[in-house]
Design a protein around this ligand. Sequence first.
Ligand code: CAA
Length: 263
Amino acid sequence: TTPEPLVLTELRGDGERRTALLTLNRPKQLNALNDALMDQLGDALAAFDADDTVGCIVITGSERAFAAGADITAMAGFSFMDAYKGDFITRNWERILRVRKPVIAAVSGFALGGGCELAMMCDFIIAADTAKFGQPEIKLGIIPGAGGTQRLPRAVGKAKAMDMILTARMMDAAEAERAGLVSRIVPAAALLDEALAAAELINAQSGPSVMMAKECVNRAFESGLADGLGYERRLFHALFATEDQKEGMAAFVAKRKPAFKQR
Ligand code: CAA
């Protein structure tokens, strides 16, 4: 028998462009992220990013856990050289950073350690009211290694990031929303529907505007204000060369819905 995939993939929605739904699938281990799972996730992300019929990607876990972190049993015996030469975690975890389409994290239950970091590598996080975020690596004698010390302070500020990373305490969904880590909270039972509805709204937009908007917002975290504004201005001007800009504005003037074509 073939083993159950560690990431389940399906296409959702019935519009011209659909949503790729990726479900982390090691429920018994609370979706602990091992090498095989991250390889499968990276492959799925790359395949859907290249698929013109897909507009948006949603990553979710189980009701109990988005992901409880990197797989501790797998790395417990690592030496420095295993981690360093194996390029842990850059080799496969950061493939998500090369995805040009929007990636939404739909988080229910635990998002801890690498699970929280994976969610933060997505473009935004929609949280169930049951979500719990944390960077408890300090309890294992390590520190966050998939961007937690960098992305968490950018999301929630230094005070909360230090508090969470040094004490290992968890944040519930309400605190995470107040702090700006998640974009919205929804009842757990509605999580997937809400995330897929957000994806559908994005799928209906023009492909180049969506990709350029994502690029520009990401640029805000990688450059000073003047550079970021210059970058935005260049891409803003470039969009006037697209057919979709003509369509979007003509539709507004004619009081009809735009039919964007460009992918
Ligand atoms: N790695 C491997 N296995 C894990 C795991 C992880 N990160 N998290 C949970 N599991 C396993 C448990 O070992 C357990 O397995 P068994 O049934 O075989 O014993 C199963 O999942 C269920 O977990 P619990 O019985 O512990 O469930 P609980 O409800 O009592 O506790 C929890 C839930 C608080 C999330 C607890 O499982 C926990 O603390 N997990 C570890 C969280 C953590 O430290 N994450 C950071 C990992 S390091 C990291 O991610 C590094 C990085 O930055 C890249």
